[in-house]
Design a protein around this ligand. Structure first.
Ligand code: BGC
Length: 505
């Protein structure tokens, strides 16, 4: 077999045929229903207490903050009421020592100070109010109601919510580790620090990034159709969708639940679909997936996410490519001048190359290789050289890597179609009308930068008999930028209407 044929053989390990896709859609539907009945299910199906999606006519000035990764973002959003908005923002990197601080206070007081600095710089009038309040605190006078900013808090970690602005942290992820915070209400922690600075800000809503995406898409999407699903295909993956209240049986079992508006008969559910089929009854598994999981910080958890999202695809590719490099009969990246048997010295791969290191290959490389149309795959060869210390890669080498990269990306997109397809079928929207579009808002680096990701999703959706070509055409997928800003503001708006601030706020 030639090098490229060997690579194509590895690429075929990532094939995900229509029959398997169909089986996974059925299981996804079952796990969705199970998660609505009880706590502790594989799909968490977290009720968010957001019971309405916007229609674009919403107006007002709101604040949003976003904690979910390496940066903390503070913004204010002016909703114009005609599906448009303007946004002012500031961003700071979160100091590493605060991500692993001893106490919650250290992190949350830092966040409150960023909010104070933002108000001072961008909202002088509110900041003045803050000074006034400081002066009048002793006289028992506070703010006038209209001076208070309602704030949406985008917090993209697993949280068990028991109200629109109440929720306890289940566990930290993405490099954060502050034991003191687990089990505590993260909104209360932020409000405490805001109050300590006497800022005119009320934490009105707790928001997962997928819920923000759903709201942002619904506000900006064309026409009157409300959005069904907000999904992130980025560093992580997850989706939030609109569910009928009557189907969320476990709501009645949750303790200490805040009141919520029941008039729409609906509520947004945060699926936390990254953990779909942790049991691996239907998920495709190659030796590279198994190796990645074994070497991860949370083996056996987030098994769907580990095959779909940006944090993992680079590592899957690295392991698959390495399997060829280590095969003595396959001449990938081989150094023809070497006669040594040690794999490191018989290849053109530098010892320091990320290819030898777990997590050493970035998912952005998949987009580069898969999208490379240059003559002789010059762009891929350059990236291999500059970023991965692989000198003198031949066109065949690049072709081999490209074949595997495309296969890993295509499988991720087809798995994404499982989640989207299952949510669409669960909603019965394709049956309810013959013509209305079913609107889906998406965000994240994969949908934004991986060439053809949406088309692969669509191809898979067409293969599902209950969706077919007709159904696939009615599924309208649109990028919804900035869910954590405008989406969070919209939830703060809805929350403000349902739970107006009390005397004590
Ligand atoms: C988190 C979700 C989040 C998703 C996308 C996952 O790892 O568990 O809460 O929505 O990443 O950011």
């Amino acid at each position: 077999m030639t090098l490229v044929e060997e690579a194509q053989k590895v690429a075929r390990e990532f094939d995900y045929p229509a029959s398997e896709l169909q089986r996974a859609i059925e299981r996804f539907g079952e796990q969705m229903r199970d998660g609505l009945q009880r706590s502790g299910s594989t799909l968490s199906q977290i009720p968010t207490f957001v019971t309405a999606v916007p229609n674009g006519t919403e107006k007002g000035l709101y604040m949003a903050v976003d904690l979910g990764g390496t940066n903390f973002r503070v913004c204010s959003i002016q909703l114009h009421g005609n599906s448009t908005f303007s946004l002012t923002q500031s961003k700071v990197a979160i100091p590493r020592e605060l991500m692993v601080a001893k106490t919650s206070k250290e992190l949350f007081s830092f966040l409150a100070k960023q909010i104070e600095a933002f108000l001072k710089q961008h909202h002088e009038e509110h900041y003045e109010g803050h000074i006034r309040r400081r002066k009048t605190m002793s006289k028992g006078e506070g703010f006038k109601e209209e001076e208070i900013f309602n704030l949406g808090f985008t917090f993209s970690f697993p949280v068990q919510q028991n109200g629109i602005n109440r929720g306890t942290l289940l566990r930290w992820t993405k490099g954060f580790d502050i034991a003191d915070t687990v089990g505590k209400d993260v909104c209360a922690l932020l409000q405490e620090e805001i109050d300590a600075l006497h800022l005119p800000v009320r934490v009105a809503a707790l928001v997962n990034d997928t819920v923000g995406t759903l709201m942002a898409r619904s506000y900006t999407s064309p026409g009157k159709t409300g959005t069904l699903l907000g999904a992130i295909f980025g560093t992580g993956t997850n989706g939030a969708y609109v569910e009928k209240l009557s189907k969320i049986r476990k709501l009645t079992e949750l303790n200490d639940v805040a009141s919520y508006d029941t008039s729409t008969g609906e509520m947004i559910i945060n699926t936390e679909w990254g953990s779909f089929d942790n049991e691996q009854a239907v998920l495709p598994t190659t030796p590279y997936d198994a190796g990645l999981d074994a070497d991860s910080v949370n083996p056996g958890i987030q098994m769907f996410e580990k095959r779909v999202s940006g944090m993992f695809l680079g590592e899957i590719l690295r392991r698959a490519v390495l399997s060829l490099v280590r095969n003595p009969s396959v001449p990938l990246f081989s150094d023809e001048n070497s006669s040594l048997n040690d794999v490191h010295s018989t290849t053109n791969i530098a010892d320091s190359s990320g290819l030898w290191r777990t997590w050493g290959l970035d998912t952005s490389f998949l987009s580069i290789a898969h999208g490379d149309e240059s003559a002789g795959l010059r762009i891929t060869r350059q990236a291999l050289d500059k970023e991965y210390g692989i000198t003198a890669a031949s066109e065949e080498d690049a072709e081999a890597v490209k074949a595997i990269a495309s296969a890993v990306g295509r499988r991720a997109a087809r798995l994404s179609a499982v989640a989207i397809g299952a949510v669409v079928l669960n909603s019965e929207k394709l049956r309810e009308s013959e013509t209305e579009p079913v609107d889906v808002g998406v965000d994240g680096s994969l949908v934004e930068f991986y060439p053809g990701f949406e088309e692969y999703i669509r191809e898979a959706l067409r293969e599902v008999p209950e969706i077919g070509e007709k159904g696939e055409k009615r599924i309208r997928i649109g990028i919804a930028k900035d869910g954590s800003g405008v989406g969070a503001a919209l939830i703060a708006l809805v929350a403000g209407k349902v739970n107006p601030p009390t005397e004590n706020d």
